[in-house]
Design a protein around this ligand. Structure first.
Ligand code: LLP
Length: 427
C-alpha cells in the first residue's frame, strides 16, 4: 500500500490529512502509517511462509514502543543489540522466546539480563564473548541457544559505513575459526547450545546476490559441523532488505525468497530474518516547516527548515537521498532522484537545518517548488533510522512521533521540552 499520497494538492497519510496532524502537533514531527508497517510485515511473512520463518524486527531501525507493539501483536520476533533494546521489546509485549540478541560488545550486565529473560538466541561475535556467555549461563543455570555470526568476507555493495560482512569489519567470526569453536563447543563452552549460524552483510542491499554468496559459504560450514556431530538447526540471514528511496522499483520479498529458500530447505534449517528498514522505512515521514529562505548573491538558494541533522542524521552521515516535497503543492512530485527544472515554479535549492554544521544538509541542488517561510515539507522514507538515530545536538528537543491508523491518529511520543533536555543534570 502507498501510505503517503497526494490527493489533489495535499498530502495524506492513509485517510488523514497531514495538515490536520500538523495543526495539532506542530513541526518537526515524525508520522508513521500503521497499515503500511503491517503490509510490509505481512508481505515478508507471506513470501517466506513455507519455511516457518522467524521474523525478528530489528529494533534499532525504529524503537518506538507503539511501533514495536504493532509488530509484537502480529507475532513478530525482535532483533535487539543492547539491554535497552531488549527492555523496549519486552515493554512492547515481545515474547522473549522470539528475541535474538546481536552485537559485538554485549556487557555482562546485558548478557545476564537477556539470560534472566530466557531470550531465544544470542548471535555471538567472538570467542571472548562466548566465554562470558557460557560462564554467566552456568552461574544462572541456563543453557541458551547460540548462533555464531559468520563474517563471510563479502562486499554487499552498500555504503562503506553500513557494510558489515567484509573481513576488515569488526563483525562476526571467520568461518574456519567458527568451525573450530563448534567442534570444541561441548567441553569449552558447556553451558551454551551452539545450534545456529548468523550473517548480516550490511544495509541496504539492492540485490539478492550477496545473500546467495553468503549462503553458499555457510552451506559447506553447516555440512562440516554436521559431519562433526553438531547439528545446525537455525540459519539467520540478518537484515539489509532494501526499500525504494527514489520511487524507483526495487526487489521485493518474493524475489529474495525464491533464491534464499532453496538453500534453507536443502539444509533443513529454520530460517531467521532480521528486517528493519524494509518494514518501517517507507512507512514514515518527517515533517518540517520552512523557517527562512535565502539566496546568496550570484550563488545558491537555501531553504532553511526547523528539522535538522539531529532529527534525521542519514543525509549528513551517509549522504543518503530522501525525497522532499511540500505537503501542499500544485506541482506533482516527480519520479526519480533528480528531475529537470522544466516544471514552472520550481527552483534548485539546498535544503538545510539550523544546526551549526555544514553537514546539516538534507539535500543539495534539489529541484523543489518555490516555497516560502511557513510552508511545510515532507521528508519521505524516514521511518527507519530516523528518530532512532536522533539526538539533542545543539540542545534541540527531539520531535514528536505520531501514528496514523485509517482515519485516526495519535501521538506515540511527545515532543521533548527544554526541561527534558536537562533532566538528570546537576548544577
Ligand atoms: N541485523 C543486524 C545484525 C544489523 O546490524 C542490522 C542493521 C539489521 C539486522 C537490520 O538491518 P535493516 O534490515 O534495517 O537493513 N543507520 C543505517 C543502517 C545501519 C544498519 C545497522 N544494522 C542507515 O540509516 O541506513
Amino acid at each position: 500500500m502507498d501510505a503517503f499520497e497526494y490527493r489533489d494538492t495535499t498530502l495524506f497519510c492513509e485517510k488523514v490529512k497531514i495538515e490536520d496532524i500538523l495543526s495539532e502537533v506542530g513541526t518537526p514531527a515524525y508520522i508513521y502509517s500503521k497499515n503500511a508497517i503491517l503490509a510490509r510485515y505481512h508481505e515478508l511473512e507471506a513470501a517466506f511462509q513455507d519455511n516457518n520463518v522467524l521474523i525478528c524486527f530489528s529494533v534499532k531501525s525504529n524503537s518506538n514502543l507503539s511501533v514495536c507493539k504493532i509488530l509484537a501483536d502480529e507475532g513478530s520476533g525482535f532483533d535487539v543489540v543492547s539491554g535497552g533494546e531488549l527492555f523496549r521489546a519486552l515493554k512492547a509485549g515481545a515474547s522473549p522466546s522470539k528475541v535474538v540478541f546481536a552485537g559485538v560488545g554485549k556487557t555482562d550486565e546485558e548478557i545476564r539480563y537477556a539470560l534472566e529473560n530466557d531470550i531465544f538466541m544470542f548471535n555471538v561475535e567472538s570467542t571472548n564473548e562466548l566465554e562470558h556467555i557460557t560462564r554467566l549461563a552456568g552461574e544462572l543455570k541456563r543453557m541458551p541457544k547460540v548462533a555464531l555470526r559468520i563474517n563471510p568476507d563479502i562486499d554487499a555493495k552498500t555504503h562503506e559505513k553500513t557494510t558489515t560482512g567484509k573481513k576488515e569489519n569488526k563483525f562476526g567470526i571467520d568461518s574456519i575459526e567458527a568451525e573450530h569453536i563448534i567442534k570444541q563447543s561441548q567441553h569449552r563452552y558447556p553451558h551454551v547450545d551452539i545450534c545456529g549460524l548468523h550473517v548480516h552483510l550490511g544495509s541496504p542491499i539492492y540485490t539478492v546476490d550477496p545473500y546467495i554468496h553468503a549462503l553458499e559459504k555457510i552451506t559447506s560450514l553447516v555440512y562440516r559441523c554436521r559431519d562433526a556431530g553438531v547439528d545446525i538447526a537455525y540459519l539467520n540471514i540478518g537484515g539489509g532488505y532494501c526499500i525504494s528511496y527514489t520511487g524507483e522499483k526495487v526487489i521485493r520479498p518474493k524475489d529474495y525468497a525464491s533464491k534464499i529458500l532453496p538453500f534453507v530447505k536443502k539444509l533443513q534449517c529454520r530460517l531467521i530474518m532480521e528486517p528493519g528498514r524494509f518494514i518501517v522505512g517507507n512507512a514514515g515521514i518527517l515533517i518540517t516547516r520552512v523557517i527562512y529562505t535565502k539566496k546568496i548573491l550570484h550563488g545558491k538558494s537555501f531553504v532553511i527548515c526547523d528539522a535538522a541533522m539531529n532529527d534525521l542524521l542519514r543525509p549528513a552521515l551517509y549522504d543518503s537521498f530522501h525525497k522532499i516535497w511540500p505537503v501542499n503543492t500544485v506541482i506533482k512530485m516527480p519520479e526519480g532522484e533528480n528531475p529537470s527544472e522544466k516544471d514552472m515554479n520550481v527552483g534548485v535549492v539546498d535544503i538545510v537545518g539550523p544546526v551549526c554544521e555544514t553537514s546539516d544538509t538534507f539535500a543539495r541542488d534539489r529541484v523543489l517548488p518555490v516555497v516560502n517561510e511557513g510552508d511545510v515539507l515532507a521528508i519521505f522514507s524516514a521511518g527507519a533510522y530516523g528518530f532512532s538515530m536522533s539526538s539533542t545536538y545543539n540542545s534541540r528537543p527531539r520531535p514528536c512521533e505520531v501514528l496514523v491508523d485509517g482515519d485516526q491518529y495519535r501521538i506515540i511520543r511527545k515532543r521533548e521540552t527544554y526541561e527534558d533536555l536537562i533532566r538528570g543534570e546537576d548544577i
